[in-house]
Ligand binder design. Structure first.
Ligand SMILES: C[S@@+](CC[C@H](N)C(=O)[O-])C[C@H]1O[C@@H](n2cnc3c(N)ncnc32)[C@H](O)[C@@H]1O
Length: 222
């Protein structure tokens, strides 16, 4: 039986078969462990900014018969990963944390990996704006659903060419696309309602939410 829920399985699916992976913010190390057990990954490294998650990772690896098969590093993003490992990895995954933390991890990477697989839990539009500003092309996007929750996974490569991001087009054709847009529309309408009812409505945030709502409605019509 797989170690992964639908969200992490969708992340693994975006990692090219045969990859040498570095999983940043690995916590329980389920993604590298399942990637090795299923044969999808050729090799895996994992890191976390805290000791506790790395201990959980050790326990997981032992439980799966993978003790010593995934080298673990205490590192804030990629900053303390040995250079020769950064040169060896073909993909870096960062899943289950906020988009703002991901921006810092991307911007402080001492060496640019060939491919990033990112699954932000929050600040997703801000992260997409960052990709556009800093020239990270979204080469593929995927949607995963767990009950009422949707998750977005981005496969990203740095090209250096900045652009204005299209927030949704990468998911067109995905069977979850329509229900994802409908959920986003409902979420924004609720947020707008709250913003408008505030004692002193924040005009900037209202305008941003309205702009996003327009984009979602346009995406629904195309
Ligand atoms: C919620 S867990 C996600 C675990 C797993 N990646 C997943 O998607 O299920 C987030 C993990 O990221 C780690 N983390 C947060 N900021 C980090 C950073 N800047 N560098 C490395 N790890 C970080 C946390 O310590 C925590 O173990």
């Amino acid at each position: 039986m797989s170690l992964l829920d639908g969200r992490l399985q969708a992340v693994l699916n975006q990692i090219p078969a045969g990859s040498i992976l570095l999983d940043v913010g690995t916590d329980h190390c389920k993604l590298p462990a399942e990637g090795l057990l299923s044969g999808r990954l050729n090799k895996a490294y994992a890191s976390d900014v805290k000791e506790g998650p790395l201990q959980a990772a050790e326990r997981q690896l032992s439980a799966q018969g993978l003790a010593g098969k995934v080298e673990l590093f205490l590192s804030n993003g990629l900053t303390a990963i040995p250079f020769e490992i950064l040169e060896e990895v073909t993909a870096v995954s960062v899943a289950g944390m906020g988009g703002e933390v991901m921006e810092v991890i991307l911007s402080t990477a001492p060496l640019e990996p060939p491919l990033w697989i990112l699954q932000p839990m929050s600040a997703v539009y801000e992260l997409l704006d960052y990709f556009g500003r800093e020239g990270y092309a979204v080469v593929a996007g995927d949607l995963a659903r767990d009950g009422d929750k949707f998750y977005r996974i981005f496969r990203v490569q740095k090209t250096g060419a900045s652009y204005t991001p299209d927030y949704f087009s990468m998911h067109r054709g995905d069977p979850l696309y329509r229900s994802f847009l409908e959920k986003e529309e409902r979420r924004l309408l609720t947020a707008l309602d709250g913003l408008n009812r505030a004692k002193e409505p924040d005009k900037k945030r209202i305008a941003e939410a309205q702009g996003l709502l327009e984009k979602i409605r346009k995406a629904k019509d195309t």
